[in-house]
Design a protein around this ligand. Sequence first.
Ligand SMILES: Cc1cc2nc3c(=O)[nH]c(=O)nc-3n(C[C@H](O)[C@H](O)[C@H](O)COP(=O)(O)OP(=O)(O)OC[C@H]3O[C@@H](n4cnc5c(N)ncnc54)[C@H](O)[C@@H]3O)c2cc1C
Length: 439
Amino acid sequence: MGTATAAAAGTNWAKLRRRLGDRLVLPQDPGYDELRVPWNTIYAHRRPAAIARCVRPEDVQACLDFASHERIPVAARSGKHSYAAYSLPENGLVVDLAAMSAVAVSGTRARIGAGTQLLPVYEAIGAAGQALPAGTCRSVGISGLALGGGISVLGRKYGLTSDHLVSARIVTPDGCLRTASAHSEPDLYWALRGGGGGNFGIVTEFTFRTDPAPGLTVFKLVYPAGAAADALDAWQEWMAQAPDELWSNCTFESGTTSPTNIGGVYVGPEKDLLPLLDRMPAAPRTVQGMGYLETMRYYAGNPGPGFRFAASSRMLRHHVPGGRVADLMEEQRDGAILFDSFGGALARVAPDATAFPHRDARASAQIFFGAGDRTEAEARRVLAEVRDGLGAGNTGYVNYIDPEMPDWPTAYYGRNLARLRKVARRYDPDRVLAFPQGL
Ligand SMILES: Cc1cc2nc3c(=O)[nH]c(=O)nc-3n(C[C@H](O)[C@H](O)[C@H](O)COP(=O)(O)OP(=O)(O)OC[C@H]3O[C@@H](n4cnc5c(N)ncnc54)[C@H](O)[C@@H]3O)c2cc1C
C-alpha cells in the first residue's frame, strides 16, 4: 500500500461529512462511479478517496482545510478535461466545482462560477451581445482553460482568455478566500493568467472583461489527400502575413489518405475575407457569415463523454517544413496534429506581463493519438516520436498537459518559471496542492 493510499485509508471522512453532508461522495456511496470518470478515459481506472460536490466557497475552504490537516492529495475539478486527469487524484479528494456554474453579465463584465463549462459561458455572454475569446468544445471548463491561458478562434483579434481576466476569487491552501486582481494580490493575479490549473489555490469565481460581439465569417478549405505537406507550408506562410482579424488552423491527419482541412474564423464580413482566401492555393471551400454565438456553438461541437487518448503539444517559433511533418505522420494511424495560429493581439502582450510565456510563437501544435485499440504505452511511444520529431525545441502548452513531457517546467513556463515557483511557494508553502506536474 503506497503512502497516499495509507493516508486516505486512515482519513477521518466523518469530519468532512459533518461540513458537507451527502455532498461528500465516498466510494461506497451511490453515484461515485459516474461522478469519478474523467474525460480522457485512459485514466478511467483512477479511484479518488472522495469527491466533494461544492456549492459555495465555504465548501472549498472546508475541503482544503481538511486535506491539509489530513495530508491527503487534493485537486480541484471543473470541466474534467485535463489530458492527464490531474483533477482526479488517486486516493485523494476531488474538489468538484461543477455545481458552481452561474454566469452573470453586466455591461462589459462577466462573472463566471468556476465550475462552468464553455457552452453555458457562450450562451450567457452571447445573449448579452458580448464576446469572450475562449476555447472550443462545449464541455471544457472555464477554470482549467483560463488558468492555463486559453487559446481560441478569436485569439489573434482579442488575445487569450486569461488576457481578459479582471479578477478571481480564490481559496488558497491556508483556507483564506482571496481576491486576485491588479490591485489585490498582484503576484497571484499574474500567476493565474497562464500558470496552469491546480497551482496556487482553488478559484471559485472569475470576472472577465468582455467586448461587444462582432460579426464573424467562418470558412473551410479542403486539400486532397497527398497535398498535406504543401498545404501546411502554404498555411504557415499565409498566416505569417495575415491581419489580426483572421484566425485559422490546419489539421494534419495521420496516414496518407485523409484530406487536409484548413478552417478558420474572420472577424468581419465575407467580402473582406475572400481576397485573403484567394492568397491560399485553390481548394474547394465553404464560407459562411455567422453571429458570435452561432460561431461559438458551431465550434463547441458535440464531442460526447470523452475517449481514450494520449496528447501533447509544441509551440512553433519557426516554420516547420510540411515535408518533415508528412514524414512523421505517413506511417501513423488514428492521430492528428492541429496547428492553431498565434500572433496578432495575443503576441502584443509581453511574455512576462502574465505567466503565459509563449507570446512569440507563430502557432501551437496540438498532437494526439487515440488509444482505443492500442495500449497507452503504444500511443505514448508514437506521440513522443511525433512531438519530438517536429523539431520545435523544448516548448509546450500547459493546457495540453503531457505526463511524459521532457523537462515540463521549462517547456510550459520558459522564463516565467522562477517567478511562478516563488508565487507557488508563497501561497502553498506546504505543497498541499502537489501533483506530478505541479509547480
Ligand atoms: C476536447 C478538448 C478541447 C479543448 N479545446 C481547447 C481550446 O480550444 N483551447 C485551449 O486553450 N484548450 C483547450 N483544451 C485544453 C483545456 O484547456 C485543458 O484540458 C483544461 O485544463 C481543461 O480544464 P477543465 O476545467 O475542463 O479540466 P479539469 O480536469 O477539471 O481541470 C484541469 C486542471 O485545472 C485544475 N483546476 C480545475 N478547476 C480549477 C479551479 N477552479 N481552480 C484551480 N485549479 C483548477 C485541475 O486540478 C486540473 O489540474 C481542450 C481540451 C479538450 C479535452
